[in-house]
Each structure stands twice: as C-alpha cells, then as structure tokens.
Design a protein around this ligand. Structure first.
Ligand code: ADP
Ligand code: SF4
Length: 688
C-alpha cells in the first residue's frame, strides 16, 4: 500500500549539523536493562529499529569516563579504546538501513555514586549524591583543574565515538542525570566562581564542551544537546523560563536541541497520568528562539499528532523511546500505508522496570524487545509452520491472544475459544479502571490482527471443559485461562487464610471490576504492591467511599517505583483524600472493624470499617489444565500431542509476562525445545 500523503511531512529529510536524517523519526536514547552486560542484544535491538525505518537511532546513556558511573544501573560505557569495537557494532548495524547512529555521552556527576570504580564522585558543588537508591556517598566539588580534565575527557569520548562510527553525539544534560544540567541548575550548582551564579556562568561549561567537542569531531559528527524543559523542583532548579533564556542566549550553539520533559518520571510519565504530547506547553515557542532543529518527546504513537507537532512549528523531529520499543516498525508502517498495523505503546512503563531492576527490559506490547539477539525473535518475521497443527487456544486474554496471533502469523490453523462474550481477558476489565484505558490497546491491536487472519477462528461464549477439549482432539492445546483474585488475604504477609467475620462484607478486585462497589468506610488492604491497590482506591473514592489504604510496605504501590510512578500515585491518592497507612498489615476482619498490626513491631491497632477490599494476590485458574493433565494417558487416543498451560493460568504476573508467554509458546511450537539447555544466547566474558 502507498503512504497517505498526509504523512509525507514525516518523511522529509533534515540536516543536523554536518549529517542528514532521512526522515523525522528520531529514536531518542533509552535504557534497556542490558547495556554493557548484554551489548550484542542491545546492538541487534537498535539494528532492528533502523530496519523499522527510524531515521535516527540512539544508544542509551553511555558513561564517558570511569570517574562517574551509575552502578547498580546497567548502561553502556566508552571509558577507553576497548569499548570501541562493541559500540562500532551498534553503529554498523544502524547504518545498514541508512539511519544515523547517535550516541548519548553522560558524565553523571552528582548522579553517579561510583559503587563499582570506587572513585570519589565529582559535582559542581559538594553534596550527597542524588540517586534512586539514596546511596550514602557524597560528591566533592570540582576544582577548576577538574573542570579542565572533564573537558578533555569529553573530547576523548567524542573522538572514540567518532572512531566507532557514530554520526550524532549527544551531550546529556537532562532528567537530572548529566553534569551539564548539574551546572545549569541552581539546585546543584552553588558555586561562586565563573561557573556559578548567573545563567551566563552556569552555562559556561556547556558552551566549552560543545565548542571543544565540535572542534574535535564537528566536521563529521553533529553535536546535539539534551536538556530537561523544566526540573520542576520549585524555586530552585532549572525552570522552563530559564531553559528559554538559555536557548535564546545560545540559539545556534548545538546542532540540535533535544528537549526532554523534566525529571525522568515526568518525561516517561505513564499513560495513567500523562496524555500523548504531554510536554507540548513546555516546548511550544522554543523553536522560534533557534535556527537549529528541535526534537522532543511525548509518547507519540499517532501519525496525525506527529504531523501536527511539525506543521504547527513545535518540533522538527519526533522523538520516541517507548513507541519505538512497542513497535520498532512504526515509521515503516506509516510509510507503507499500514497505520492500522501500528502496535501502540500502552504507557505502562514495564520497559523501564528492566532498567530499574537491572534485568533485561521487556515490553507488554512487543515481547520480542531485547530478544532479537538472545532468542532470534524478529518483531515482524516469524518462522513458518512446523510439522503439526492445528492448535486450540483456550482463553482470549493477553496470553491467548498473543499465542493465537503468532501462531496465525506462522501459518497454523488456530481456534481461539473464549468463555466470555468479548476478547481481552483481564485487559477487558482493567481498561475500565481509572487511568488505564490505554491498556486496552493490548486487546485492540491483537483483535485487529486476528480479524485479518483467515486461518484463525475466534469463538466467544465458549467456556470449554476437559471433555470438550478431549473430544475436539486438536493436536496442540494451549490453556490460557488466566487467574482470579484471592478472597482469603493470602499473599506475602499472610501465607495462611484470614478468617473474616461473616458479618463484614469482603470484596476482591474482581468484584469491584464487575461493578460491585462498596460505599461508606472502606479499608483496602494492599499486599500486592503494584498498581491495582492504588487504582481501586481511586475507583472507590469516585464511587463515594471513604477509603483507608493499609499496606505492610513503607510505600504505597511500592513496585511502581520501578515504573517511575510511585511518587505520583502517593500524591494522587493523598489529593483524593485517601488515608494512607503504611508499614501495617490487616491481621483480622471483625463484624464492624479490622485489626491491624505494625509490620516491624507487631504492635496492634483497630480501624472501624463498613467493608474490606483485599488486594492481595491472584490465583491461577488452572482447573482446565489440571483436568486435562490428569488424563494425559488418554491424549494420544484423542489425537492430542501436547497440552501447555501459559500466562496467568500458569503463574499470575503483570500483563507483559502473559504476552511473553503467549509469544514464546507460539514461536517454540514444533521447534523440538532445547532439552533443558539454556533457551537463549548470552554474552560470556572471555570464553576459553
Ligand atoms: P492471561 O493474562 O494469562 O492472558 P486472562 O485472565 O487475561 O489471562 O485471560 C484469561 C481468559 O480465559 C479470560 O478471558 C477467560 O474468560 C478465559 N477463560 C477462562 N476459562 C476458560 C475456559 N474454560 N474456556 C474458555 N475460556 C476461558
Ligand atoms: Fe510502552 Fe509498556 Fe511497551 Fe514500555 S512496556 S514500550 S510503556 S507498552
């Protein structure tokens, strides 16, 4: 199909300093939880994005000198010449598809605890390091001599980046993570020399670095600057109006202004709290202050919104991290007139948890992310059908839908049987909850894809039991029947059921999602620690209840620290009037009250209540799987070769685990398995 001419603008080339981007799709730097530990996986992931049509593809942040590193987080390094070959592989892969390769150089300063190198951190001003983990380490103030060395280290890193083949070199001064920002901001720069005080002085280092980096490599590489549009730290800090003053003062200094939102939490705000193009107010008008191109982000997945950003003079380049993760082929799909095939990011931030937990990142929508090299999974290409089929998939939640989609792509005949009158499983329910409507894209994308496959049939209102499955006799059966929320309080704090007084109404998340909502004084007990407790507290408030959220953790929705939304959730619930009781568990449920206990001391308390909501744990709905497993000796006579349980029916977890399970099942069917051997490649240091 041909491209819709409405989107031609997105495919106009643009000069960035000495290099030319072939289009306006600018994959901004983003982490991936792999970094220096998994460079081959990172290189292949970036190469696939270039194949998908991105005009510019960046690395994640690359630590430019060993005196500043951000252990325990795993990014890339360009500490000496030994790092060049690995980085060159990335740049080469990106160049295979005529994309520009960008590298983001970071000196972490006050954000680098140096737990690995044991160097003393250096920053504009002596302060404790500012890290996610509040490491008990302080930075010393840089002397003039240190600053001179810092400039040389930048220059050396630029020369190495050029040797590795990069076309764009981005100096990182955003998200609180780069030393340029630490100098610019009055929050972290209290100096009284020529590098502190006025904006002119605070921007001196930035000017010196850009000038010297350009002198070193500017004939071949563009020098770009990545800044936060607003630190949003109140009076102190680098505000949006100062950013505008800075751009006006240095209009044409960098070859491109790459403008991020604020902190990383703002810039990567989840869809629960931020719309597409959320930074528009902060960035509007800046382009008029400079003759150089401006790139910006906003979780852009709609080509119409992208075109509007350019046509209305807000941006020149459409910066994307998460949308490029969820669909590495987004530009190509627009180019080929296949806009409906775009797998839109849902804004869940599961990808970020890979970085925060130092594991390899995963994506709810794109299970092939970071598996391109490890497992050889390509987001758009699939192995053809193996030597058997057809396949019965039971349950049309995220696991079943993804299994059916990938089996369909492989060419299998598939029957997808769903008990309910709609597909989607948990997503069908959860998309109705406050702030989670974008999560419905998990089902919408797959529904559209399956609707176009002649070899996949979906049967709704089809709750199957073991007799039916045996009678049908499909050679392969995938049981993706999901999970339900427990009603007995068992999770982490309690591993044995609570015994509630029958006079107290007790609800589960499933009850609430079915529209059965308590009013009056509701105690919500959260021993799940991810989003569900906080989301349901909001739903209850919307329904008129007075809500007290009790959790044994020190933080409300604790695991959302990994999705960068924990602070926002706390503020949001407090503003809604939810009473937050931390470090306490519900230990008993009486007729008109609940007992609570301090998680540390065991000290007890009592809370009056009209109803209790238990957000504790999910339990697999594996009844069908167990019934089939019990009849394994009859499978052969029934014509069944394999029965597998996948997704939440195997073990409940976030949605991304279910799409991964469905994808893996479908990829590996008829592959023979690995016989217990490692199912993916890994990077082995100095193999003998
Ligand atoms: P997952 O996250 O693993 O995909 P979900 O709970 O989202 O799991 O989806 C499971 C789906 O399976 C639900 O839509 C549910 O209605 C369906 N289901 C459960 N049991 C059966 C069954 N016996 N036959 C058909 N569909 C079923
Ligand atoms: Fe988007 Fe979620 Fe995928 Fe991240 S994990 S790219 S937020 S869908």
């Amino acid at each position: 199909m041909a491209r819709d001419p409405r989107y031609d603008l997105l495919f106009e080339p643009l000069d960035i300093g000495p290099v030319r981007a072939k289009n306006r799709f600018y994959q901004v730097p983003h982490c991936n939880g792999g970094g220096y530990r998994d460079p081959s996986a990172v290189a292949e992931m970036r190469r696939v994005k270039a194949e998908g049509g991105w005009g510019v593809v960046f690395t994640e942040q690359v630590e430019l000198h060993h005196t500043s590193e951000i252990t325990p987080f795993i990014e890339l390094r360009i500490w000496d010449d030994d790092d060049i070959p690995m980085l060159a592989r990335m740049a080469d892969g990106i160049h295979e598809y005529d994309a520009l390769a960008g590298i983001e150089l970071a000196y972490s300063g006050i954000n680098g605890p140096n737990l690995y190198t044991r160097e003393v951190p250096m920053a504009p001003t002596a302060l404790p390091v500012r890290t996610f983990t509040n490491d008990p380490v302080s930075a010393r103030a840089m002397t003039r001599r240190d600053i001179r060395e810092l400039r040389l280290w930048h220059r050396d890193a630029c020369l190495r980046a050029r040797a590795a083949g990069f076309d764009l070199i981005c100096l990182y001064g955003a998200h609180g993570f780069g030393v340029i920002q630490h100098f610019l901001s009055t929050l972290t720069n209290h100096r009284d020399d020529e590098y502190g005080g006025s904006l002119e002085n605070r921007s001196r280092l930035m000017r010196e670095l850009i000038g010297e980096c350009r002198d070193a490599v500017g004939d071949r590489c563009a020098i770009t600057l990545r800044l936060s549009l607003d630190e949003i730290t109140g009076e102190l800090g680098f505000t949006n109006s100062e950013v505008r003053d800075l751009v006006a003062m240095h209009a044409d200094l960098p070859d491109l202004w790459d403008l991020a939102h604020g902190s990383w939490e703002d810039c990567s705000g989840p869809s629960r709290f931020r719309e597409e193009a959320a930074q528009e107010n902060l960035v509007s008008g800046i382009k008029a202050l400079t003759g150089k191109p401006v790139a910006g982000v906003g979780r852009f997945t709609s080509p119409d919104v992208m075109v509007r950003q350019i046509r209305s003079g807000i941006l020149d380049l459409i910066g994307c991290a998460r949308p490029s993760i969820a669909d590495p082929f987004l530009p190509r799909k627009i180019d080929e007139g296949r806009v409906d095939d775009i797998r839109e990011c849902i804004g869940c931030n599961i990808c970020i948890t890979g970085d925060m937990t130092m594991s390899v990142s995963r994506c709810t929508q794109n299970p092939t992310f970071m598996e391109e090299w490890r497992r050889g999974w390509h987001p758009e290409r699939f192995p053809s059908q193996g030597d058997s089929g057809p396949v019965l998939v039971v349950g049309a939640g995220p696991a079943g839908l993804e299994a059916a989609r990938v089996l369909g792509e492989r060419g299998y005949n598939v029957v997808l049987a769903e008990a309910g009158d709609e597909i989607g499983g948990r997503v069908r329910r959860e998309r109705q909850l406050p702030g989670l409507s974008a999560w419905g894209r998990v089902a919408d994308y797959r529904q559209y894809q399956l609707g176009r496959m002649a070899n996949v049939d979906i049967y709704l209102d089809s709750e199957l039991d073991a007799d039916q499955v045996m009678d049908y006799g499909f050679p392969h059966v995938a049981v993706a029947t999901g999970a339900f929320w427990r009603r007995d309080g068992v999770a982490r704090f309690h591993v044995r059921p609570l015994q509630p007084d029958p006079g107290m109404p007790v609800y589960t998340p499933d009850d609430l999602m079915r529209g059965n909502l308590p009013t009056g004084r509701v105690v919500l007990y959260d021993d799940d620690h991810y989003y569900m407790g906080g989301v349901l507290a909001e739903l209850l408030v919307q329904n008129g209840a007075t809500v007290t959220l009790v959790t044994p953790s020190a933080h409300v929705s604790e695991w959302t620290g990994n999705t960068l939304e924990q602070g926002t959730i706390h503020r949001h619930l407090a503003a809604l009037g939810v009473t937050l009781i931390l470090n306490r568990a519900v230990s008993g449920i009486r007729r008109d009250s609940v007992d609570t206990v301090c998680s540390y001391t065991g000290e007890s308390g009592l809370l009056e209540a009209d109803a209790v909501v238990l957000v504790t744990a999910q339990q697999s709905d594996d009844r069908l799987w167990r019934a089939l497993a019990a009849r394994e000796e009859d499978w052969e006579d029934a014509g069944i070769r394999t029965v597998r349980v996948i997704g939440d029916a195997e073990a409940p977890a976030p949605i991304a685990w279910a799409t991964f399970a469905g994808h893996r099942y479908a990829r590996e069917l008829d592959s023979g398995g690995t016989g217990g051997a490692l199912p993916f490649r890994r990077e082995v240091v100095n193999p003998a």
